[in-house]
Design a protein around this ligand. Structure first.
Ligand SMILES: [Zn+2]
Length: 95
């Protein structure tokens, strides 16, 4: 990261604060913690742990599904839809 994360001003390696906007640059430890939090929020293991740890599991599952759906791209939604239709057609023809 060579620029200030809040204003985009070019940063030097020795400074801990941005000279333009005064914001503190994130340290390596902060960046790692952020990455870990992101990983926990977006990986299946993290999701599972969140659902498992929630008091209202049904609500947690619904919340995760909603997040998963909004995080999905249009092509992702489309392919899921195609799979769903394909499985449905298969079941209907078999029955
Ligand atoms: Zn700045």
């Amino acid at each position: 990261m060579n620029n200030c994360p809040s204003c985009g001003h070019e940063r030097s390696k020795t400074e801990t604060r941005c000279p333009a906007c005064g914001a503190f640059y994130p340290t390596i430890a902060e960046l790692l913690a952020e990455e870990e939090a992101y990983e926990a929020a977006h990986s299946w293991r993290g999701r599972w742990q969140k659902i498992w740890g929630a008091t209202d599991r049904k609500q947690a599952v619904l919340e995760e599904c909603k997040q998963f759906w909004t995080g999905l791209s249009l092509t992702g939604k489309f392919s899921l839809f195609v799979i769903f239709v394909f499985v449905f057609a298969l079941i209907v023809t078999v029955l």
